[in-house]
Design a protein around this ligand. Sequence first.
Ligand code: CA
Length: 524
Amino acid sequence: MKSLDLLVRMLLTVLMVGMSPGSSAITEERPNIVFILSDDHAIRAVSAYGDSLIETPNIDRIADAGVRFDRAYVGNAICGPSRATTLTGLHSHANGFYSNEWSPDFDGHQQTMPSLLHKAGYTTAIIGKWHLYSDPVGFDHWEVIDNMFEQGTYYNPSFRSPAGIEDATGYVADLITDKSIKWLETARRSGKPFLLMYNHKTPHRNWMPGPEELKSWDDETRIEEPESLLRDLESTTRGRREARMTIAEYMSNNDVKLSMDRNLNVEQSKLWEAAFDKGNRAYKASRLTGDDDVRWKYQRYIKTYLASVQSMDRQIGRLLDFLEEADLMENTLIVYTTDQGFFLGENGWFDKRWMDEVSSRVPLLIQWRGHIAAGTSTAGLVQNIDYAPTILDAAGVKPEAPMHGVSLLPLVGSAPSEWNRDLYYHFYENPGSHGVPRHYGVRGVRYKLAYYYENDEWELFDLVEDRADQINLYGTPGYEEITADLKQRLQAIRVQYGVPEEDPEVPWYHGPLIRLIEWLLKQL
Ligand code: CA
């Protein structure tokens, strides 16, 4: 009987290994994963990073309980492409989603982190912003905010799921959190480890604060201006001069709350008017022009942006409270990051896209009790290609095909000094909103070199002396060797990642019109 028992055990072990391809952690309890992704959240609006314009006590809880990455970047600072990289661990050219505006819909049938976890026995969900147009693949449960360009609305958003379209009532961050907690209640009882991708819309343009922030709105207090708010871009590159993203010229009345969003209900409209009407009347009476007008618009912009972050931060706190109360913190790896940074008035700009520090650098916080020391930080260069490999490593799941990124667990364990790498960046979305030229570049620890190949313009920045990308050193005497070295490294990293010499074709049939037709069909 003993040998029969042994045989059955051996057979069961073989079967279990067969059921969990690539999993090396069958005998250990695998961690749950909560991946929190916000939208356009600049480092200067996260208090865990210090020198912040705002307090974010709940996001900071993750930093306090884990590690803060001080040099985390994305490889293409625009919403959909960054999300595709998060899912695949691949740069844009390899996952096929390189533009919000004209890439074909994301191919969810390629290898993704959620699909691999799902195959390895995880129960998986994505709730909130998706922005990749195809239906999510690899998720047991998905509910994503929906409208024509998949941005969703701050108030009374629609959600798309396998059940169809739901027109919800309320504020988007609250609704995404309600749905996430509801799903977690079920997932924790499934007997399986879970992956939740908890994806906020906030603080994407048009920066609409939640009801609590409207109730306590203060139109008088002034927020500090960035040094370069009124910068004259005349002496910079053609690309920077021609980009359409200045607060002065491209911020709409809706952006600065001089006109109200149409989709608020009666109660929400009252809160909105009570917050902004008095200030709007004063602005209109004052007839501001020039720099004074930019300054006023900057205040409206930055204050609504920061208030939106606070609305989201409170909801993140609710989700963390739930995990604490449900006794799930011990074995849950929690990530906080965003799809890219954002210009908060630097260069007189809003929006993202550039390889600049403010737009390509992101907050990245990871907690995992018992595995990552609390309250630590690292200066290692990391990128959004690394998220999928890191999560899979924690779950003991090996990718079936190579990813561009690497697991960050060794970096936050013991040997950061051996962490030596460059980062690759490539922005493709021109033609596109804001007219930012295509560019690629390489970033090392100290220097960054970018090539704007449509204009044949180069930029070289010293990130120790000039953290804000203000002084282009390209062509400056004394930088010849540094430039030559970076050009070599740029070529090497393009070869390493297999970047094609020519950009992928912009499909003639694909663009905003097709997006509109596709969206209308989904509403049927
Ligand atoms: Ca974004």
